[in-house]
Design a protein around this ligand. Structure first.
Ligand SMILES: Nc1ncnc2c1ncn2[C@@H]1O[C@H](COP(=O)(O)OP(=O)(O)O)[C@@H](O)[C@H]1O
Ligand SMILES: [Mg+2]
Length: 230
């Protein structure tokens, strides 16, 4: 497999969406390897092998514990060229949204420059979490001011708090077949100012093979087609 080159993602807000088994985690790993300063949040495990150092997060994470981990990354790991994975496999249920919140806040406070990669993002910013757990949303929205990019990946776009996905400016859509998820993606693209023909989107992404994706880049200012003479 050839690695896709997305360039410097430290000022981008990337969303990776696709059904299970379409290659999201693999793509995230390739992205991780292509960026010099990386913090991976991995609730399952496979992404951590793309990191040089794995920091386990204990259940019931506290603000102090998360801030401590991120201070260590900023002062020791990133300067030494180490890519880091936070192993969140001991965190379940509501604590995942709590971890997302703490992580977002601590990242804005302690990390400068780099990319925060969050796999299975629906667990860390589920529907409805925007009102109570704003940290990750603030990181996505304001990270650019600190040179911090985010890559959020999910197979359940309909279950992620939509604010998180609407903030994205780089969309990587992999194979997707669920009607609700296709609708959610079409709606999100439209709300993000990207014109999209829903039936065609459905047809195109339903036919994507392993590792294939379609990409929308809000920063690519393509020339408008000439307007029809009136
Ligand atoms: N581009 C690719 N080419 C070939 N095999 C791939 C590619 N991307 C992923 N795979 C393989 O497909 C399987 C599922 O990939 P994974 O990244 O875990 O998908 P997801 O995270 O979307 O569930 C894995 O065994 C992985 O090694
Ligand atoms: Mg995966």
């Amino acid at each position: 497999m050839k690695a896709a080159d997305f360039g410097d993602l430290s000022r981008r807000k990337t969303a990776v969406i696709g059904r299970p088994g379409t290659g999201k985690t693999t793509l995230l790993g390739n992205i991780a390897r292509s960026q010099p300063k990386v913090l991976i949040v991995d609730p399952v495990g496979p992404l951590a092998r793309f990191a040089d150092l794995r920091i386990p997060i204990r259940a019931a994470p506290t603000p102090d514990a998360i801030a401590g981990a991120l201070r260590r990354i900023a002062s020791e790991c990133w300067p030494a060229g180490q890519r880091v994975a936070l192993d969140a496999s001991a965190i379940f249920g509501d604590e995942r949204a709590q971890l997302g919140d703490l992580l977002g806040r601590a990242a804005i406070q302690h990390l400068r420059g780099g990319v925060v990669i969050i796999d299975e993002a629906h667990w860390f910013m589920p529907q409805g979490s925007f009102s109570t757990h704003k940290g990750l949303f603030e990181l996505i929205g304001k990270g650019r001011n600190y040179g911090l990019g985010t890559v959020v990946s999910t197979h359940r776009p309909a279950m992620v708090e939509k604010n998180a996905l609407e903030l994205s400016d780089l969309w990587i859509i992999m194979g997707l077949t669920g009607t609700n998820d296709l609708k959610a993606v079409a709606r999100l693209l439209e709300n993000s100012g990207i014109a999209c023909d829903s039936p065609r989107l459905r047809q195109t992404v339903a036919a994507l093979g392993l590792g294939d994706f379609v990409l929308w880049d809000a920063n690519l200012n393509l020339p408008r087609p000439p307007s029809a003479p009136s």
